[in-house]
Design a protein around this ligand. Structure first.
Ligand code: HPA
Ligand code: ZN
Length: 330
């Protein structure tokens, strides 16, 4: 049995494994510019966030129907469950699909089909978080929120992802205000490649309740003190940080220093099909590379449920937290 945990930073499009990409390409008559899965895997050598995003958006071409999105989410949930995930808050990128002529209804209804049966089939509870692409315009984000209105019953919150540098959070002030007025929770990627000031802006201007990545907070001691004081969760993605060159090697990842500073960190997989591992693999990797103690690992698992948007179901959160405390490391 694996350590029970919640996954809070997971892009569903980033769970598209090469085998499924080719299967969906065949099903939909889409041709991919790679001969086979081996050749595709050879393209998974990234120099930064943008080099990954180019492939991530390219492969989305195979996702066309509700069935495709349901199959994608089912495959992720099965893998996540096998690695101890009990609750998953799943990002999706509607603008990347709308731009290809795939409506937000197709995406949400397809994902929703897999999510609806997830507890029964995989034992994983789920929520959906809709992300805005920060390298698209603020107007496009607002149109996307408008398009999502019929589906808000299925969406717990909004996030902000894609190319960070040059696209500060302030650009999305209005759409985050509108999302808050609709009762949506707010998170934002910040401090992955962008400066600590973007984290401050995400908190002050967007009202972000969690910061996705947040790595670069460590360059600003005042900001660290604030994040500790206000118990702002950071959804850290160690294998992603290495693959996208935010840190050179896992052994130099700041996670231990972040935990020592008192930050409420969680460990997540981000885009596991592209970065070499799912969330359990990330736990394993940080244990090996950073020598984290069993109590540190338990703290990370506890933090994941504390930071999750389970406020409507505190009984469930308490149940998951009890599972973490009862877990015996082998
Ligand atoms: N950062 C920003 N945007 C993304 C990521 C990420 O790690 N994954 C998918 N979209
Ligand atoms: Zn991410």
């Amino acid at each position: 049995m694996s350590l029970p945990k919640a996954e809070l930073h997971l892009h569903i499009e980033g769970t598209l494994e090469p085998e499924l990409a080719f299967a969906l390409a065949a099903r939909n008559g889409v041709s991919l510019p790679y001969a086979d899965t081996d050749e595709l895997r050879k393209a998974y050598l990234f120099s930064d966030l943008q080099s990954f995003l180019n492939l991530y958006y390219e492969l989305m071409a195979v996702l066309r129907t509700e069935d495709d999105f349901a199959d994608l989410a089912d495959a992720y949930l099965a893998r996540a469950a096998a690695q101890g995930v009990r609750h998953a808050e799943i990002f999706f990128d509607p603008q990347a699909h709308i731009a290809r002529g795939v409506g937000i209804g197709t995406v949400v209804e397809g994902l929703g089909r897999a999510l609806d049966r997830s507890e029964a089939v995989h034992g994983v509870s789920t929520q959906l978080i809709m992300c805005f692409l920060r390298d698209e315009s603020a107007e496009s984000a607002m149109e996307t929120l408008e398009a999502a209105k019929p589906y808000l019953g299925r969406i717990v919150g909004v996030g902000l992802d894609s190319a960070e540098v040059g696209h500060p959070p302030v650009k999305f002030r209005e759409v985050y205000e509108a999302a808050a007025a609709l009762g949506l929770r707010r998170v934002a990627h910040a401090g992955e490649e962008g400066p600590p000031a973007y984290i401050v802006e995400a908190l002050d201007v967007l009202g972000a309740e969690r910061i996705d990545h947040g790595l670069r907070c460590m360059e600003d001691s005042e900001l660290v003190a604030r994040l500790v004081r206000d118990r702002v969760p950071l959804t850290v993605c160690p294998m992603s940080n290495v693959r996208l060159r935010a840190v050179d090697i896992l052994e130099e990842h700041p996670l231990p220093a972040m935990l020592d500073a008192g930050l409420l960190c969680t460990v997540n997989s981000d885009d596991p099909a592209y970065f070499g591992g799912y969330v359990g693999d990330n736990f394993h990797a940080v244990r090996e590379a950073l020598g984290l103690s069993q109590e540190r690992l338990r703290e990370l698992a506890r933090n994941s449920f504390v930071a999750s948007f389970l406020d409507h179901d505190e009984e469930r959160r308490a149940r998951y937290l009890a599972e973490v405390e009862a877990y015996e490391f082998s």
